[in-house]
Design a protein around this ligand. Structure first.
Ligand SMILES: [Zn+2]
Length: 240
């Protein structure tokens, strides 16, 4: 797969022109983005560019439309909530000392965003992502379970890529055995997910798959983000 082709083509239903897809969701950033680690694609190790240029011709019009805005908006909501619970005193009206409100994020939308961001970054580097991630991003039934492990504490400091705060960092994870498993980690403002097709352990412990609730103590009380994982695509097992 390469630029100029649709990375969702194997699902069928391609149509229209090949359109520009934002490699990482535009709405997460200000006008400019600092990019590091895409040397193969950009030709330079580090650079700053207008966010509107961080695009590639890798999805057809039909599939771009089908992907829609739901996945992007889950990531944008989560980023907003993370900022709110991390800096509660910077929220409008925070001088009135009210306890924090419960915040909600679509787990399904977040999962789709993780999968499609991975697909975009694999494709621009000339690597085919595992088809399961493409199916999940497009809400098609998957044939193997996908694990969405929570790996990072919200309070952790991370490298930021926007003007002030770290927004997204991505790593392709290479298995140290021969499974050839396509796994990756994405950190959204310190909220780190490890996504894999096989169970993963961290420090000898099984990790949490699909976090339901994130809590963060704040000066105004305990802040909570609730994740709703209902209506995920089902897993079709190999019957034959
Ligand atoms: Zn297509």
């Amino acid at each position: 797969m390469e630029e100029g082709k649709c990375w969702a083509a194997f699902l069928g239903g391609c149509g229209g022109q090949i359109t520009k897809e934002h490699i990482v969701t535009q709405g997460l950033f200000g006008r400019r983005v600092r990019v590091d680690g895409l040397a193969g694609w950009l030709g330079t190790p580090k650079c700053e560019m207008p966010i509107r240029k961080l695009t590639s011709n890798i999805l057809c019009e039909h599939h771009n439309n089908e992907l829609g805005r739901t996945a992007d908006s889950a990531a944008i909501h989560l980023l907003k909530h993370l900022k709110a619970i991390r800096y509660p005193m910077e929220l409008p009206g925070s001088r009135i000392l009210r306890p924090p409100v419960e915040r909600h994020v679509s787990g399904l939308g977040l999962g789709r965003w993780l999968c499609k961001t991975h697909c975009n970054l694999m494709i621009i580097n000339g690597i085919a992502p595992d088809p399961e991630y493409i199916r999940y991003a497009f809400l098609r039934p998957i044939t193997k379970p996908i694990y969405f492990f929570f790996a990072g504490q919200v309070g952790e400091k991370k490298r930021f890529a926007d003007s002030r705060d770290a927004v997204v960092s991505y790593r392709q994870l290479i298995a140290d055995d021969d499974t050839g498993c396509d796994a990756f980690s994405i950190s959204l403002a310190g909220f780190q997910s490890v996504v894999s097709l096989i169970p993963v352990q961290q420090n000898g412990k099984e990790m949490i798959d699909r976090i339901n609730e994130l809590q963060q103590p704040t000066p105004l009380g305990m802040s909570k983000i609730i994740f709703d994982w209902s209506e995920e695509p089902g897993v079709i097992s190999d019957i034959l």
